[in-house]
Design a protein around this ligand. Structure first.
Ligand SMILES: *Cc1c(COP(=O)(O)O)cnc(C)c1O
Length: 379
């Protein structure tokens, strides 16, 4: 039996180690320093925005976004249901109430009609999720937001390098947030970013991400002794300069990493396209899918648990997709969102990362075919 095919894997190496060595030599290891500044400037070109702020993770960027957009206790935010806990949690952190919207059955992001139906007089904004990186329906969502006087936010945690109708993920809403966790397309282990075109939001987020104090780097050039005061209880949501240096290398790698994932996705599509009882993920022609994950929808007649156990026994790692938020006890329940609930039951993520070889893609596809067609794995 050959080696296990990993579900996800970062692509890091000598260049990242060299970049870390340079930060060590510079002496500025903490956050909001020269490496962060350089990374932020470079990341504006990926996100297509005027401003980018490096953050400790995507959850902190989401929280900053909701704070600077002015969410107040009791405010309702309409959130795409099928997502990682950070999305809904961030609304709770800001004192808001997440109201979940059911998702499209093909690309799993918020269904614009469901978003509009969820709006009440207490709604202040829409938080859409680019599920596994593929952008949501931003033209439709923007029209809804404008019609109801709401802001629009993009959880672009998995979306670095994605596009929607020619525009990059990160530039598709008033604020967008990225993750650089080890399971994402580009990574420093942990990390995140906040992007926007609005100078006021960017400045406010920058202040809040460093305890509400003007960052030390902007004070350094002063001839006198500036002493900051603070009028808001900000946070430490900084990315370290060590991580920022790693992220700068990851940005240079991004085109090659995206191409490798596209190649693996194309391989799966070719090798599994005719497989009964499995629906392959859809990449819409008007958007570039960055393939953070490759998620199969199993027919309801298959026993997902048995399929997963059999795949793992044969050296193919797999997992469920992501979460149906409305079913999670922390949000209080009470909503019924059948599409998201169904995906939560039937999704199965199979290996997807930029280090997959053609041989591994073939092996995963052949194993999936065997396991799925084995009658022992039916309900
Ligand atoms: C991974 C992920 C997050 C959380 O990212 P962190 O950097 O771990 O905070 C948020 N939203 C979505 C959609 C994600 O996939």
């Amino acid at each position: 039996m050959s080696d296990v095919v990993a579900l996800g894997q970062p692509t890091v190496g000598e260049e990242e180690l060299q970049a870390v060595a340079e930060v060590f030599a510079s002496g500025w290891l903490s956050g909001a320093g020269p490496s962060c500044r350089a990374f932020e400037e470079e990341f504006t070109h990926v996100a297509g925005t005027q401003h980018a702020l490096a953050t400790s993770n995507c959850g902190s960027a989401l929280h900053l976004g909701l704070e600077v957009l002015g969410v107040r206790p009791g405010d309702e935010v309409v959130v795409g249901d099928y997502t990682f806990p950070a999305t809904g949690h961030s609304v709770l952190w800001s004192g808001g109430v997440p109201v979940f919207a059911d998702v499209r059955p093909d690309i799993w992001s918020a269904d614009p009609a469901a978003v509009e139906a969820a709006i009440t007089p207490r709604t202040v904004g829409i938080l859409a999720v680019d599920v596994f990186g593929q952008p949501a329906d931003y033209d439709e969502l923007r029209a809804i937001a404008d019609r109801h006087g709401l802001w629009l936010m993009e959880d672009a945690a998995c979306s670095a390098g994605a596009t929607y109708r020619g525009r990059p993920a990160g530039s598709l809403a008033d604020v967008a947030t990225f993750s650089f966790h080890g399971r994402k397309g580009i990574t420093a282990g942990e990390g995140g970013a906040f992007t926007t075109d609005r100078a006021d939001l960017a400045a406010h987020a920058r202040k809040l991400h460093t305890y509400g104090i003007e960052p030390a780097l902007s004070r350094e050039g002063s001839a006198d002794l500036p002493v900051p005061s603070f009028d808001e209880a900000g946070y430490n949501y900084r990315l370290s300069d060590i991580s920022a240096a790693i992220m700068r290398v990851q940005l240079r790698r991004l085109p090659a990493l995206l191409a490798a994932r596209r190649r693996a996705a194309a391989g799966y599509a070719e090798l599994l396209g005719d497989l009964p009882l499995v629906t392959l993920p859809v990449a819409l022609p008007d958007r570039e899918h960055p393939w953070q994950s490759y998620v199969l929808t199993l027919d309801a007649s298959l026993d997902r648990g048995a399929v997963a156990v059999a795949l793992r026994a044969r050296g193919v790692q797999c997992n469920f997709g992501t979460y149906a938020s409305h079913l999670q006890p922390v949000y209080g329940g009470g909503q019924q969102l059948p599409v998201s609930a169904d995906l939560f039951q039937r999704h199965l993520a199979v290996p997807m990362h930029a280090n997959l070889t053609d041989d591994q893609v073939e092996r995963v596809a052949a194993t999936v075919r065997d396991v799925v067609t084995d009658p022992a794995h039916r309900r």
